[in-house]
Design a protein around this ligand. Structure first.
Ligand code: CPR
Length: 501
């Protein structure tokens, strides 16, 4: 990245700037907003189709939001205010969401009774109804589906009496697209795949395949096996390794060592130990705001850097501890160091509108992490509440008093893991409500649209070009007032401009 005149000058004067201090200059453009490329990276080996990552916060990223965000091209980082098993389960939900092929289908034997199968279904909590039927030599001999169970008047009957014999099958190499056409054509709900010896080696189920085929897959952020990408937050020391064992088993794409002060001995030691134990797993580390911290983390093995100390909308760190660095200068300082190692920077926190995304990128970020801008959507955990005539959803800092009281992980993030009582805790964030925002896809559409327009104005055809070409003007209070709508009573709320709180 070339030096940025304004940010260099402000550094020299000892002044740190943030989003509202600047606006991007326009530049000669040969590219139209619709034609810009938004692909980028979250970490060395984990790509993104849009530069948006969701915060690992318990009011933002669970499995549901992570699925939707990855389908839109970004990535969600599952929070760690839940036990390791539950967190791994959420990761598994994301990884299996597009899994059209069931690699190891649950089978039944032809000499079992219907009662046996129903009992097993109940005990194991299977929510599906189609089972391939095997003989005791393990060969596929039939299939039973929901209809067979529904119309069965005697549970003592053997599976072999009810099953469809010689079911429709397909070879091992059948793709999901081919399976969809075959099942549609033959009106079959399931399609077992068999190898040359007649052994079952997989199965497609029509309802799953149809759901996947209907989604617009070209926007999906997927791994090399076609599964949605997902990240997960971990702590330091023992917490990290307990979680990692389960997360890696579920094929998590990237983990984020999630701490308020990333440049500290426990984080560095944990990072080195993770890279020794899991050399192929990408690890994003933070949070930091100083170039020298980035150097230490990268030298210790970091594959991505999370920048932001105190910009978060729910954060009180700068007020409580007097510490932190306005976000634009933090991103720039960190990016300069990270660039020399080829490691991506994620600008975490403090974004308020879509216009802050191109600003963060022009300052050096490869992607942005959002909490409040995604909070309040349908896909975030929690219910909507009705208050003062409108709908809201809760949003809270991970170091807020309630989050820390509820969970050790949140206390650990703020180095207070052994304190539990309200009187012993020093919160660095607040609890609150944000306006209900509707569907994540609508919200992301506006954010991505704003970014595209920004790139069009700058004349940047890619994220890297925006990082290179983006230059800033410092603005004054008058400039800021001028930037917002003024001298008008707004009568219609725009979908991308917050008018009421
Ligand atoms: P916003 O997008 O809401 O401005 O910021 C979200 C980011 O704030 C998170 O990704 C996280 O890094 C940070 N964060 C979350 N809880 C926090 C508390 Cl209690 N204190 C300081 N920073 C916090």
């Amino acid at each position: 990245m070339e030096p940025k005149a304004l940010l260099e000058k402000s550094f020299a004067e000892g002044i740190a700037l943030t989003f509202d201090d600047v606006r991007l200059r326009t530049g000669y453009a040969e590219v139209m907003p619709d034609d810009v490329s938004l692909s980028t990276k979250f970490s060395k080996n984990v790509g993104l189709k849009i530069p948006i990552v969701s915060s690992p916060m318990d009011t933002v990223t669970g499995g549901k939001l992570a699925i939707e965000l990855a389908k839109l091209g970004g990535i969600g980082v599952i929070h760690r205010n839940l036990n390791p098993e539950e967190q791994a389960r959420q990761v598994s939900r994301v990884k299996h969401h597009l899994n059209g092929l069931i690699e190891r289908p649950i089978c039944v034997y032809e000499d079992e009774t219907i009662a046996d199968i129903l009992e097993r279904k109940r005990k194991k909590g299977y929510a599906f109804h189609s089972f391939p039927v095997l003989d005791r030599a393990g060969k596929l001999v039939g299939i039973v589906t929901g209809n067979d169970f529904e119309f069965c008047d005697d549970d003592c009957k053997f599976v072999s009496n009810l099953m469809t014999q010689k079911p429709l099958i397909a070879p091992e190499s059948t793709t999901m697209e081919q399976a969809y056409e075959i099942m549609k054509d033959r009106k079959k709900k399931a399609l077992p795949l068999v190898d040359f010896s007649g052994k079952i080696v997989g199965m497609y189920v029509f309802t799953d395949v149809r759901r996947i085929m209907k989604d617009d897959a070209k926007f999906h952020n997927i791994d090399s096996k076609g599964r949605l990408r997902v990240g997960a937050a971990i702590g330091v020391k023992e917490d990290a390794f307990v979680r990692l064992k389960l997360l890696v088993k579920e094929n998590v794409d990237v983990v984020v060592i999630d701490t308020a002060h990333g440049d500290s001995i426990n984080v560095l030691d944990t990072l080195r130990a993770i890279k020794r134990a899991y050399p192929d797993l990408d690890v994003v580390v933070g949070n930091v705001s100083i170039g020298e911290s980035v150097r230490r983390l990268i030298e210790a093995g970091a594959d991505g850097i999370r920048v932001g100390q105190g910009p978060g909308s729910i954060c009180t760190t700068r007020i409580i501890a007097g510490v932190g660095r306005p976000q634009l200068s933090a991103v720039y300082d960190c990016a300069k160091v990270a660039d020399s190692y080829g490691i991506p920077i994620c600008a975490d926190g403090g974004l308020k509108t879509s216009g802050d995304i191109p600003i963060a990128i022009a300052a050096g970020a490869h992607c942005v992490m959002m909490g409040s801008m995604l909070a309040g959507t349908d896909e975030t955990p929690g219910e909507t509440v009705f208050f003062k005539g409108r709908q809201w959803k809760s949003y809270r800092g991970m170091g807020s008093i309630s989050a820390m009281q509820e969970n050790k992980g949140a206390r650990e993030r703020y180095l207070q893991e052994d304190s539990t009582g309200k009187d012993q805790l020093i919160p660095e964030g607040v609890d609150g409500l944000v306006p209900y925002k509707g569907r994540l896809s609508d919200v992301i559409f506006q954010y991505v649209g704003g970014l595209r327009h920004g790139m069009g104005y700058v004349g940047a055809a890619s994220i890297q070009e925006l990082r290179e070409k983006g230059e800033f003007d410092r603005i004054t209070d008058a400039g800021k007032t001028e930037s917002h709508p003024h001298d008008i009573n707004i009568t219609k709320e725009a979908p991308n401009y917050p008018t009421s709180e």
